[in-house]
Design a protein around this ligand. Structure first.
Ligand code: GTP
Ligand code: MG
Length: 618
C-alpha cells in the first residue's frame, strides 16, 4: 500500500512538473539557441499539424500543386520524395505557416466516392470516407485546368522545392566514392554520418505518421497523444529507420495543463470500468486499435499484432511514407531512454558520428540483424558506445547517476507503471565538462581496443555508474538497463554472439590500426582503392579471424552444442597469425569458449540426471 501511495504521489508530482516544463518551452530554447528534447518533440508535433502530404504524378506537378494549395494559406516549405511501389510514386510534403491553413486544405478535399458520383463510401467499394493529412492531387478538369493555368501565370513564383527525392539513401557506390575522396579517416567518419543520418524530411514524415494515428481516435480520446521515440528522434537514426511510437490515451493531459484546470470541476466523465487486469486490458485495446488502423487508415498495410511480447506492439507498414512502424501503448521508459540518448548526442559532437560508424561496422560484419534474435541489437550496441565514452580516463559523457543526482523538481518523471525516469534535463546543472580532445578516428580505434579487452565473462556494464560491475547472473553479455536497473538490456545475446563480437572488435582494432598507420597511399591511389573506414566496413574477406572457424552457423540449437561428433568436425583449420598479441588473444578466446562449453555440457548432464531422478520419484 505504501509503495502504491508513494508511486501515486510521484505520479502527481510528475504531472504537475510536466505542465510547468511545457509552460516554459520555447523561452529557454530561444535563450540557448538549442532545443531540449521536449521542445524538439513539441516543435515537430506542431510542424506536423501545419503539414499535409499530397501524392502527385511526378515532381513536374509541383508548380500546379503549389499554385492550387496556396489558396489555403502561406506555404513555408515543400519537399518531394518517392516511394518505390510497382511504379515509382511521387509525393510532396507541404508545410503551411499555420495549422489552420493545413486544416483548411484538408477540409476542402473531396472523397474518391464523389468522383464516381456515389453519395457514400460505404458499400460502394470506394472506401470509407476517412479524414487524414494524406491526399492526392487529381488532374484538373478542362475548365478548371485553364483557370488554374491562368492563375499560375499570374502567380508563377512558386517557392523552389527544398528537396527532390529527399528520402533516397546514398547508394553503396556513391558512398564508396565519397569516402575514397575524403582527406582522412576523420573526414570519412563525419561524411558517413552526414550522408546517412535521418534527415529533416524523414523526421517530418515520422511525426505525420504519428499525427495520423492520434487523429484517427481523437473524437473518442481527445487527450490521446502518439509520441515518436527511438532512433526517429534520438539523433542516432539512419535514413529508412523504423518508427517507434507510443500511443497514450491521456498523453495530452499533462502537456496542456488540462489536469489542473479540471481538478476543480464538479462534473466528472462517466467512463468504462476496467474489467480485466492491466496487461490483458492493454492487449485488448491494442487489438482494437490494430483493427482501426487496418480497416480505416489510408496508407496503413501489413498490420501485425505482437501482443504476447514483454512490450506488446502492433507493427505495420505505411505505404505513403514507405515506413515501418512499431506501435506500443505502454513503453514510456523507451521514450525517456530516447531522451537520454538525445541529450548525450547533443552534449558532444563526436557522440553521434562515432555511434553511426560503430552501428554500420556491426551491420557490415553481420553482428546486427534487423530481425530480433540472439544477436546484439542496435540499442545495446549504442549502450556499448555510450559506456565506452563514460569510462575513458577523460570521459566524454557523464554517468547517468550524475544526471539523476543533479535532477531538480522539474525533472521528476515517473511512468504509468511507476518506473522512475528522473534525471537532470539541463546539462548545466550536471556541471560536466569534457577535457577529452581525441579525434573521432582515435576514439573509434580506442572503442575497438576497449571491447577487445573487456571481460564480458565476469563484468556487467553500468551506464548509471559509468563503470563495470560484477555480473549479477550468467547472461553472456550484461548491460544494466539504465532506467530499470534490475533488467539486462542485452539479455537476448547468446554466448556465441558475444564471442563473435569479441572477435570482430579485435579484427576491427587490428584493421583500423593498420589503416591509421598506412599513410603511404598517394592521392590518386586513395581515389582508386578502398582505404580507411572502407576497409573496416568491407565484408571480412581480409579479416584474420573468422568467427565460424570455431562456431557453427548462428541459428544453431543449444542442444546441438552437446553433439560431440559435430563439435569435433568443427575444428578450425590451423591459421598463422602474424601478430603475436592477436595469436595469444585467439588462444585465450578459444580456451575460454572450450571451458564454457564444458561447463554447459556438465550443467546439462546434471540437469538431465536431476530430471531423470525427479521423474522416477513421481
Ligand atoms: P533502430 O530501430 O535499430 O534504428 O534503433 P532504435 O534505437 O530505434 O532501437 P529499437 O527500435 O529497438 O528501440 C526503440 C527505443 O526503445 C530505443 O531507442 C530505446 O530508447 C528504447 N529501448 C529499446 N530497448 C530497450 C531496453 O531494453 N530498455 C530501455 N529502457 N529502453 C529500450
Ligand atoms: Mg527503432
Amino acid at each position: 500500500m505504501n509503495t502504491l501511495m508513494r508511486r501515486a504521489l510521484l505520479l502527481m508530482h510528475s504531472r504537475t512538473y510536466c505542465i510547468k516544463q511545457y509552460a516554459v518551452a520555447g523561452t529557454e530554447a530561444a535563450a540557448k539557441g538549442k532545443l531540449n528534447y521536449e521542445e524538439f518533440i513539441d516543435s515537430r508535433h506542431q510542424q506536423a499539424q501545419r503539414s499535409i502530404v499530397v501524392q502527385v504524378s511526378s515532381e513536374k506537378s509541383y508548380p500546379e500543386l503549389y499554385n492550387y494549395c496556396s489558396r489555403f494559406g502561406h506555404i513555408v516549405t515543400v519537399q518531394h520524395y518517392c516511394v518505390q511501389h510497382e511504379d515509382v510514386l511521387h509525393y510532396m510534403l507541404l508545410e503551411y505557416a499555420s495549422a489552420g491553413e493545413a486544416t483548411a486544405a484538408i477540409t476542402s478535399s473531396a472523397y474518391n466516392a464523389e468522383l464516381s458520383g456515389s453519395s457514400s463510401g460505404s458499400g460502394s467499394g470506394c472506401g470509407v470516407p476517412v479524414r487524414s493529412p494524406f491526399l492526392w492531387f487529381r488532374a484538373a478538369t478542362a475548365g478548371a485546368g485553364r483557370r488554374g493555368q491562368a492563375k499560375l501565370a499570374a502567380n508563377h513564383k512558386a517557392l523552389p522545392l527544398s528537396t527532390i527525392d529527399g528520402t533516397r539513401p546514398p547508394t553503396h557506390d556513391y558512398l564508396q566514392e565519397l569516402l575514397r575522396g575524403a582527406n582522412s579517416i576523420e573526414q570519412q567518419l563525419q561524411l558517413l554520418y552526414d550522408q546517412t543520418r535521418l534527415n529533416d524530411l524523414g523526421v517530418r514524415m515520422r511525426f505525420l505518421a504519428a499525427l495520423q494515428v492520434q487523429e484517427s481516435i481523437s473524437g473518442m480520446f481527445p487527450d490521446a497523444l502518439a509520441q515518436p521515440f527511438g532512433s526517429s528522434v534520438n539523433g542516432f537514426g539512419k535514413m529508412g529507420c523504423d518508427l517507434d511510437l507510443i500511443l497514450r490515451f491521456d498523453g495530452k493531459t499533462t502537456a496542456n495543463g488540462l489536469d489542473s484546470q479540471r481538478e476543480a470541476s464538479r462534473l466528472i466523465y462517466h467512463t468504462k470500468e476496467n474489467l480485466s487486469n492491466g496487461r490483458s486490458q492493454t492487449q485488448r485495446q491494442m487489438e482494437c486499435i490494430g483493427d482501426v488502423l487496418h480497416l480505416f487508415l489510408p496508407g496503413v498495410c501489413h498490420v501485425r499484432r505482437i501482443l504476447q511480447a514483454r512490450v506488446p506492439i502492433i507493427k505495420y507498414h505505411h505505404e505513403h511514407l514507405d515506413l515501418e512502424v512499431d506501435l506500443s501503448m505502454s513503453n514510456l521508459t523507451g521514450f525517456y531512454m530516447s531522451e537520454l540518448l538525445y541529450m548525450f548526442g547533443e552534449l558532444d559532437s563526436r557522440v553521434r558520428p562515432l555511434t553511426f560508424s560503430v552501428r554500420r561496422w556491426a551491420q557490415s560484419c553481420g553482428l546486427t540483424n534487423p530481425s530480433p534474435g540472439r544477436w546484439i541489437t542496435n540499442f545495446s550496441l549504442t549502450c556499448l558506445v555510450m559506456f565506452f565514452m563514460q569510462q575513458l580516463r577523460q570521459p566524454i559523457l557523464p554517468a547517468i547517476g550524475a544526471l539523476a543526482k543533479a535532477a531538480s523538481a522539474t525533472d521528476i518523471r515517473v511512468t504509468e507503471d511507476g518506473i522512475n525516469c528522473t534525471f537532470a534535463r539541463d546539462m548545466e546543472r550536471v556541471g560536466f565538462q569534457s577535457r577529452n580532445t581525441s579525434s573521432l578516428s582515435e576514439l573509434l580505434l580506442q572503442f575497438f581496443e576497449f571491447y577487445s579487452q573487456f571481460d564480458f565473462h565476469n563484468r556487467a556494464i553500468s551506464l548509471n555508474e559509468g563503470r563495470a560491475l560484477a555480473k549479477p547472473d550468467h547472461s553472456a553479455m550484461y548491460i544494466v538497463n539504465p532506467l530499470e536497473q534490475l533488467l539486462n538490456v542485452s539479455k537476448n545475446v547468446s554466448l556465441e554472439e558475444c564471442e563473435r563480437l569479441r572477435i570482430e572488435v579485435r579484427n576491427a582494432a587490428w584493421m583500423l590500426e593498420s589503416e591509421v598507420e598506412n599513410t603511404t597511399l598517394t592521392e590518386s591511389e586513395r581515389r582508386e582503392q578502398s582505404w580507411g573506414l572502407l576497409n573496416l566496413f568491407k565484408n571480412p574477406e581480409k579479416s584474420v579471424i573468422r568467427p565460424n572457424m570455431f562456431f557453427k552457423p548462428r541459428m544453431v540449437e543449444v542442444s546441438d552444442l552437446f553433439d560431440k561428433s559435430q563439435t569435433a568436425a568443427m575444428t578450425p583449420p590451423a591459421v598463422n597469425y602474424k601478430n603475436a598479441t592477436v595469436r595469444q588473444q585467439v588462444q585465450s578466446i578459444k580456451a575460454a569458449a572450450r571451458n564454457e562449453l564444458k561447463q554447459l555440457r556438465e550443467s546439462s548432464t546434471t540437469t538431465a540426471t536431476t530430471a531423470a531422478k525427479t521423474k522416477r520419484s513421481r
